[in-house]
Design a protein around this ligand. Structure first.
Ligand code: ADP
Ligand code: ADP
Length: 224
């Protein structure tokens, strides 16, 4: 069974077609690089998949559930890092992660252990008591990824997770994401080509809402 299955997915904002009859699917544990310039429709697709936006046409299924018919079942199975994650700058890292864990209904008894688990995975264990506003951009992005991992959702949807980071922070976040694939099905968007070539085996290139290429990197490289 495909973990993510998108068929003819379309979103129009008045006269503008942001996502135009998109088709793709991801098997369990796969990581797909979602590449395209700003305005290509990456964020819109991700918001459709996470149930934040209703589609104009088409369907999307996550873990077998139709996103629009069973939004709660789907939300429970997706860890989402929005392009601008709603971090609370005045909270500590640990306070924020506990807060999100409660929102995600991580059971009370296991909550602290779950927060420590995701902190360990994302390299946050040493900064748990710091205020989010005092962290570097790279560490703030780790907090964003950590919140997406809470509850160990099978699917991760990461919207430009390396945006705004310096090269060494980008390399760290890429390595982190690479380590998550296999255990999670990952959809990773970026407008920077090397970000996907270094992280993903399969790539979908989006331009003005349409798929212009969708294949393994190896095959795409052979064609160009
Ligand atoms: P990307 O994430 O690839 O940068 P987006 O999905 O954000 O692209 O945007 C796709 C297109 O849809 C762009 O032309 C953008 O301006 C437009 N768009 C996005 N959100 C809205 C909205 N709420 N209302 C109208 N147009 C929008
Ligand atoms: P992101 O940069 O996270 O993809 P959006 O593209 O959705 O964010 O843009 C941020 C806000 O502006 C959203 O509320 C979106 O709906 C709105 N927006 C984006 N593009 C347009 C547009 N062309 N016309 C109207 N609203 C837009």
């Amino acid at each position: 069974m495909a973990m993510i299955e998108v068929r003819q997915l379309t979103k129009r904002y008045r006269e503008r077609v942001a996502v135009d009859h998109l088709d793709f699917s991801l098997a369990e544990g796969e990581i797909l690089g979602f590449l395209g310039p700003n305005g290509a429709g990456k964020s819109t697709t991700m918001k459709l998949l996470t149930g934040f936006l209703p589609p104009s046409e088409g369907t999307a299924r996550v873990a077998g559930f139709d996103v629009f018919e069973h939004p709660l079942e789907v939300k429970r199975r997706i860890g989402y890092l929005p392009e601008t994650p709603p971090l609370y700058p005045e909270m500590t890292v640990v306070g924020y992660l506990r807060f999100v864990a409660r929102l995600k209904q991580v059971p009370g008894r296991g909550l602290n252990a779950e927060v420590e688990r995701v902190a360990g995975l994302t390299g946050l264990s040493d900064v748990m008591g710091r205020l989010i506003q005092n962290l570097s951009k790279g560490y703030q992005q780790r907090v964003g990824i950590a919140q997406a991992l809470l509850g160990s959702p099978p699917v991760l949807i990461l919207d430009e997770p390396t945006e705004g980071l310096d090269p060494s922070q980008r390399a760290e976040v890429r390595a982190l994401i690479k380590g998550l694939a296999g255990k999670h099905t990952v959809l990773l968007s970026t407008h920077i080509l090397p970000e996907v070539t270094m992280t993903c085996e399969k790539v979908l290139i989006l331009h003005q809402g349409r798929v212009v290429a969708y294949d393994t990197l190896r095959k795409l490289e052979r064609q160009h």
